[in-house]
Ligand binder design. Sequence first.
Ligand code: ADP
Ligand code: MG
Length: 607
Amino acid sequence: YSSNGAFRPGRGMGMGRFGTGEKVKPASVAGMFGRIYEHARREWPAIAAAIGCVIAISLLEFIVPQLTKYTIDRLIPERRLGELIYIGGGVLGAAVALGALNYVSSSLMASIGQKVLYKFRNDLYRHMQSLDVSFFDRNRTGDLMSRVTNDVSILQQMISSSMMQLFTDFFTFGAIALYMLWIDWRLTLLLLATFPFMILTTRLFGRRMRSSFRKVQESVADVSDHLHNSLTGIRLIKSFTAEDYESERFSERARRNMDANIRVVRLRAAYEPIIDLLNFLGLAIVLVFGAWLAINGEMTIGTIVAFLSYLRLLQNPIRHVSRIINTIQQSAAAHERIMEVMNTKADIVEKDNADTLPPVRGHIVFRDVEFGYSREAEVLSRFNLELEAGQVTALVGSSGSGKTTIAHLIPRFYDPQAGEIEIDGYSLKDVTIASLREQIGIVSQEIVLFNGTIGENIRYGNTNATEEEVAAAARAANAAAFIEAFPGGYDTQIGERGVRLSGGQKQRISIARALLKNPRIVILDEATASLDTESEQHIQEALALLLKGRTCLVIAHRLSTIRQADRIYVLEQGRIAESGSHDELLQRRGRYSQLYEMQFPQPGPAI
Ligand code: ADP
Ligand code: MG
């Protein structure tokens, strides 16, 4: 677990585990439509208008073969030349009206699709934000990203295009089947006898299709995850000249995506000819049985011609259904992936009757705390620690001894499996999360600044702060000078599209942000570990201000930064090995003095 958080080559590349690790029930197709309905319900006027268009389309499609039938059976035998012009006009008019109706209904459905997409995406994002830190430990960023982008837009495409087709087909099929039954039920029943086979084929393929689509989407997630990791870690890749290695790993994932897609295409390619075969069977039935009826004088030629046109209209829905089923299967797979996130509940939740934590003095007690990130690996066992209010407590220890873990338990990023953590006598579990985190400021080695201006990043600590307050915080953090030297000052963009800041500059901005928050409790987690000595000098001054008058937990890599701590705890494999003041610990000549001498080979620097 590298502390810059950007590049974690060791992490499993398999499917992310969700929630508490229990298997999530797959969302059904019905469940998907249920949720779409929930999201689309408020769009009912647009949906009603679109369905109105669809009914009109079905009627028009029904009318055109009737014109053909009328022409063949009446106009031609009766030589009614003058009326042909009306037939021509009628067909043309129907075509124009069909075009217009299709336009209106498609654009209505497209915008409904977009609105549903918007709601799905917002819900998903909001829900993800509400989940615990451990959820993000367990799941790969790129995979989560592809759920919010790729999977949601697959759903949208289905709503925008396929649902429309489905409606149209449903009405056309119904109207035509009823009419055909009325004209000649024997012929129609013969035709309909081919349909169960079509439905069976479709079901058979549908199930395989869905699992193939799921593989496609998972491979998209893999590609996206690899992309995310390698782009954020590009400097590391360059420094190890691992470009070829990474390209190889990328192409492996891209190939899995290609293979998965090819499987889908092959399935579809096998499906369509089977459906075509059944379609031709229908055609043969109408030709042979229809001609037999006509020869016996039981059916007119015009009716046979109309039947043939209707046959096409009747079969179209089935053909489409294959494609739509595809899309629906694909969407069901996407919906499943979305619901896996939506169904994950946060483990760290407030009690219903949680109190607001009043402004604290900051007396923090860990009592018999048991904690591990997983059941197998215990990090803290029967751990006890007391931080005095208003004092600086330092934690030192080799890396992996559990220092960051202790720091992360205070704002409840994780909950201990057993034991209690209290602030001023309030158990963390009894107070609201917001009122707790509001009072804690964390500055860590891993500095996160968002894309935006410097001012916006500082104001993250308190969105209501005035410009003067932001500037004051920057001044206190020793950051004002370099910020004001930028032409844009506090409005300078940082990040991808703005200036690049040095590690020390970023750190000072993050300190300004913490100062602006004015928390009661401050946690410094190796805040100066990645800085050079000169930057550290600047930052020490800023930190001294941040620490003043607050309860502080200082985790330091360099022992020079913790000499002033009121009390120092030496941590070894999740246990306190020693504690005392700097001088006491040095005199004890235990672990602390060992660590100290490793950093400052004798003669020790003057204190
Ligand atoms: P320190 O900050 O003292 O270097 P940590 O508290 O980060 O140590 O880590 C303590 C132990 O917990 C280590 O064994 C580490 O591998 C493990 N650990 C830390 N963070 C996580 C995490 N997010 N998921 C699983 N294990 C973790
Ligand atoms: Mg750490």
